[in-house]
Design a binder for this molecule. Structure first.
Ligand code: GLA
Length: 743
């Protein structure tokens, strides 16, 4: 990896064995974008890639048009990365190169989560300073290239180097001007209980975007965008990923201009954003991680998975095996007391589960979702011995103890709200919208963060809590903080997220041994920002196995399995009323951080034994399921979506587990093959199926098979007519592959 400066051509070349990223200081001093793609040779001149002259009524009067950090008010009529209002009300800017510095390693992004390195030889960084001479406003653009990944991390600091107060209206984390428009844009979209479905559209002239203005990244769109060629598949072809390390309002947008180039920008959504910058002050925009692949979507996801699992997640739990847990929510909801919880925990311990999590309903006097958020002390009616007493009994029953909290919220019916009504977000003199009967606490206020830090620390220090599920169950309406002056209300949303990060930072620092899982009404804040504090997240409130195929597939585009919490729940499913086999529910949930979300004491004996077997199976393959390479084989968004298949493969390719799922059974299916990927073609694998069966599929695939055969000819999924008639809907089968010694 290296960053070269060609002083003659004024070109910066960031390169490693896989990619090159090229910038150029253009004749007018602006910073142009030359290239992002497969690695190019070092020590060559690339200045000519700036392109030709101004074309007609062009994008940018007077200069070739591909820019690194485009501004408004300078003749470029495409979407800008930076808009600043000067004291005189004008917005014109002219950012010119004022120098650059190349450093080893990777600096932090002030106040914000970001990828990191553990030693300076893992990455190099160049920071380019652009300056507007008239106002003194500067943009410090940081680019980090990792030695071993096809990834560039970008971030920006806007510095007010002048002597007047300026107001930032837009400060995107990155813009990327691409030399052609022949791309399909993939996004991860949905809503509550069906998050992160893959949605695709070909780029067309004009702007196409996804965004959130809810105060969190949201269920509706993930802060992730992917451009790929129409011919790109999982294994072949070009793709560029844009992933924002941020948990608040965002915008990800592609604009196609009439001259055949495309500009992508990603960062904090400029709507509802305005930031006042005093002389000498600076504003840090969140990091964006760009990944390039010319080997398909699989390779692009591999890069994000490694980076986010190993250099975004932090703390002792980053590398530890994550416990198999039982969460009380769908099993008990608000209906529990200490005795019931201890029975559930003991029953969980008996089948091999390692952690019992008490979800909502343990504090204040919360018997429904109508009260008590903010009152983080145990409800003695249900828990006479407090959390500590419960935790001790749960541990004595043989499992560790974990707890649900929702720090950012307050119920109208709560001691906290009665004491501090001004801490709830809302505009004085206007009605405050309730969502799930609750208000949002003003996390932009340091006193609120301080208070939560104190009360939650007390809860966590007093009991043997080894895991915390940090939830966030409503979005922000009527954004306003009583603690901010009128001219700074546009800062509210970002300051809210900074407050959330600050509380996370304090609690994770004080309790490094606690495993944090993030949650927001399921997957409403499943983003890289949260992953920096909580290495796993509750993927969706939808626990139905068939729905989960799409949710987990989509989530895997950007996020590693170690982040994707997946549980087996009771049937009929509580979200869709569907009845799927217990084995299928496990076969889907295995591909992630596994657990249960039911009352184990209510399981009939046969199911209990099945669950015991599932837990044992997962524990035997835990390393593979949590840290193996995830290979997407047959997609639930392709064709009629009836079949899905995926696999996890160990780093040494010696072991793998393949999952194959059929939503509806279909008559007369015909012979089918499932071709695998990612195996060692020269290895021989012992193949077995799970759950144990004696049908045609089990019989035909059992035995030793070459990696070459499994990848080129595939597993055999044939079934007799009688087997098809018997198998019903929602069938799942796993294939376990273990490489034997070479023959
Ligand atoms: C959210 C979470 C659920 C559960 C409930 C509790 O919906 O996603 O898992 O914790 O809140 O109220």
């Amino acid at each position: 990896m290296s960053i070269e400066w060609d002083s003659e051509g004024r070109v910066l070349h960031l390169r490693n064995g896989q990619i090159s990223y090229l910038l150029r200081v253009q004749e007018d001093g602006s910073l142009g974008h030359l290239y992002f793609g497969p690695a190019l040779a070092a020590d060559r001149s690339y200045a000519h890639l700036s392109g030709g002259e101004f074309r007609g009524f062009g994008n940018r009067l007077g200069e070739p048009g591909r820019l690194e950090y485009p501004v408004a008010g300078g003749g470029d009529y495409r979407v800008p990365a930076l808009v600043v209002e000067h004291p005189d009300g004008s917005t014109a800017l002219r950012l010119e190169y004022a120098g650059h510095e190349i450093t080893r390693g990777k600096p932090d992004v002030p106040g914000l989560p970001a990828t990191y390195v553990e030693s300076d030889d893992e990455a190099d960084t160049v920071t380019v300073v652009l300056r507007d001479e008239v106002s003194g406003v500067e943009a410090h653009l940081a680019y980090t290239i990792f030695a071993a990944e096809a990834a560039i991390a970008r971030s920006v600091r806007i510095v007010n180097g002048g002597d007047g107060i300026v107001r930032i209206g837009t400060a995107m984390s990155a813009a990327l001007d691409l030399p052609d428009t022949d791309w399909v844009m993939d996004q991860l979209s949905g809503t509550w209980a069906r998050e992160r479905h893959v949605v695709s559209r070909a780029l067309v002239p004009g702007r196409q975007s996804i965004s959130s203005r809810r105060g969190s990244s949201g269920h509706e769109h993930n802060p992730f965008l992917l451009l790929r060629r129409a011919t790109t598949t999982e294994e072949h072809g070009e793709a560029i990923g844009f992933s924002l390390v941020y948990s608040g309002n965002f915008l990800a947008e592609a604009e196609v201009d009439p001259f055949g180039s495309a500009r992508v920008r990603i960062g904090i959504d400029p709507e509802e954003f305005r930031w006042t910058l005093e002389p000498g002050a600076e504003f840090a925009a969140p990091e964006v991680v760009l990944v390039y692949s010319d080997a398909g979507l699989g390779a692009l996801s591999d890069t994000y998975h490694r980076l986010y699992r190993e250099r975004l997640a932090r703390g002792p739990w980053r590398d530890r095996p994550r416990p198999v847990l039982l969460n009380s929510w769908e099993g008990a909801y608000f209906d529990f007391d200490e005795e019931r919880l201890v029975r559930m925990a003991a029953s969980a311990a008996d089948v091999g589960i390692e952690l019992f999590v008490l979800d909502d309903g343990w504090f204040g006097h919360r018997d429904a979702d109508t009260s008590s958020l903010g009152d983080w002390f145990a409800d003695r009616r249900k828990l006479p011995n407090g959390i500590d007493g419960l935790a001790r009994r749960v541990q004595a029953a043989g499992v560790r103890f974990g707890l649900w909290i929702e720090p950012e919220m307050v119920s109208r019916d709560s001691e906290l709200f009665r004491a501090h009504p001004d801490w709830a977000v809302g505009v004085p003199g206007r009605p405050r919208t309730e969502g799930r009967n609750q208000y949002v606490l003003d996390m932009s206020r340091p006193d609120v963060v301080e208070h939560l830090d104190a009360v939650l620390s007390q809860v966590l220090a007093g009991a043997s809590v080894t895991y915390v599920k940090w939830d966030m169950n409503r979005v922000i309406t009527e954004p306003y903080s009583l603690a901010l002056p009128p001219e700074r209300q546009g800062e509210f949303f970002h300051r809210y997220i900074l407050g959330v990060y600050e509380l996370h930072r304090r609690l994770t620092a004080r309790f490094p041994e606690i495993l944090f899982e993030s949650c927001a009404g399921g997957g409403g804040r499943f983003d890289p920002g949260m992953l920096a504090f909580a290495p796993q997240a509750w993927t969706s409130d939808d626990t139905d196995a068939a729905e989960r195929l799409r949710i987990q597939w989509g989530t895997s585009m950007a996020y590693p399995l170690s982040a994707i919490a997946a549980h087996v729940a009771a049937v009929p499913n509580h979200q869709v009323g569907r009845i799927t086999p217990l084995a299928t529910r496990a076969a889907v949930a295995f591909f992630g951080v596994f657990g249960y979300e039911l009352d184990p004491t209510a399981l009939p004996d046969a199911e209990r034994e099945e669950v015991r077997g599932q837990v044992a199976f997962y524990l035997a393959h835990r390393e593979l399921f949590q840290r193996g390479r995830f290979v997407r084989l047959v997609g639930p968004f392709d064709g009629d979506g009836n079949e899905t298949a995926w696999a996890v493969v160990s780093a040494d390719r010696r072991s793998a587990v393949v999952g194959h799922y059929r939503v509806l059974n279909r008559p007369s299916p015909g012979p089918t093959r499932l071709r695998l990927r990612g195996l060692d073609p020269d290895a021989t694998y012992d193949v077995s199926t799970w759950p144990a069966a004696e049908d045609t599929v089990a019989r035909l695939n059992a035995g030793r098979r070459g990696g070459d055969e499994l990848m080129s000819a595939g597993l055999v999924l044939d079934a007799t007519r009688a087997e098809v008639a018997a198998r019903g809907d929602f069938e799942a089968r796993l294939f376990v592959l273990e490489a034997g010694s070479a023959e």
